[in-house]
Design a protein around this ligand. Structure first.
Ligand code: OGA
Ligand code: MN
Length: 215
C-alpha cells in the first residue's frame, strides 16, 4: 500500500485505516457530523456504538450535478421502471451498472476522484446507478457480502433522502440526512452490522460506489 499521507512506521492495517481517513479528508474535506442522527431505540440494555458513517454535503456543484444527471438519464434511457414485488426490498426504481471507463468527460474524472477517495485503496465495481421514483422506497437490507466489500459510498442527486441505519442485533436505529449533491460512506460496522433503508423526498438518482468483495 502506497500512501502519501501516513508514516511508514505503523502496522499495515493501521496504515490502511489512517490512509483512508487522510486521503478522504485531503480530497473530500471534513464530513458534516450534523447530518448524522443519534443512535436511538433498540432492545438491548445499552445502545450499540455509533457506526462509521461520513456525509459530505455540497461535494459537487449544481453544474456538475446537472451533467451527472444527464449522464445517468442516458445510461437509464432503455430501462423501464420496475414496481418491485410487495415483499421486495426496493420499489418503483430503475437501475444500471456503468463501468467508469464508459462515462463521458468531464463526469468521468469527477466520479473517478470521488469514488477513489470515498472507497480508498480498493478495486471498484462498476458504478451502480439507481433512480427511485418520487414514490419509490428502499426497504431495510444489508448489501450482499459476496458481492461487495467493506465500504459502500453513495452520491445523491436531484432530491434529498433520509437513510435509516438499523442495527442487526438490537434494532437500534440512526437517521442520515442525504441532501442532493452530498456523498456518504458506510464502512465497517455501518456496512456489515447495520442494515439500511431509504425514503426519498422526490425523484432521486444515486450513484453508488462499492469495492469488490475479497474472495
Ligand atoms: C442499494 C442501496 C442506497 C442509495 O442500492 O443497495 O441501499 O443511496 N442504495 O440509493
Ligand atoms: Mn444497500
Amino acid at each position: 500500500l502506497v500512501c502519501e499521507f501516513t508514516p511508514r512506521a505503523a502496522p499495515a492495517s493501521m496504515r490502511r485505516a489512517l490512509c483512508s481517513a487522510a486521503s478522504r479528508r485531503a480530497v473530500l474535506g471534513a464530513p458534516d457530523a450534523s447530518l448524522v442522527g443519534a443512535v436511538r431505540g433498540g432492545t438491548g440494555d445499552a445502545l450499540p456504538p455509533a457506526p462509521d458513517v461520513q456525509i459530505w454535503p455540497e461535494i459537487i456543484s449544481e453544474a456538475e450535478e446537472s451533467a451527472l444527471v444527464a449522464e445517468a438519464e442516458r445510461w437509464l434511457a432503455r430501462r423501464a421502471f420496475e414496481p418491485g414485488h410487495f415483499d421486495g426490498v426496493i420499489r418503483n426504481y430503475r437501475e444500471q451498472q456503468q463501468p467508469l471507463g464508459r462515462v463521458r468527460e468531464p463526469s468521468r474524472a469527477l466520479l473517478q476522484k470521488l469514488s477513489a477517495a470515498a472507497v480508498p485503496g480498493a478495486e471498484l465495481l462498476p458504478i451502480h446507478v439507481l433512480e427511485l421514483a418520487a414514490d419509490g422506497v428502499i426497504g431495510r437490507h444489508v448489501d450482499h457480502v459476496e458481492y461487495s466489500g467493506g465500504t459502500i459510498a453513495g452520491l445523491s442527486l436531484v432530491s434529498s433522502a433520509v437513510m435509516t441505519l438499523h442495527h442487526e442485533g438490537t434494532d437500534a436505529a440512526l437517521d442520515l440526512t442525504l441532501p442532493p449533491r452530498s456523498l456518504y460512506a458506510l464502512s465497517g460496522a455501518a456496512r456489515y452490522e447495520w442494515g439500511h433503508s431509504l425514503v426519498p423526498a422526490g425523484r432521486r438518482i444515486a450513484m453508488l460506489f462499492r469495492d469488490r468483495a475479497e474472495t
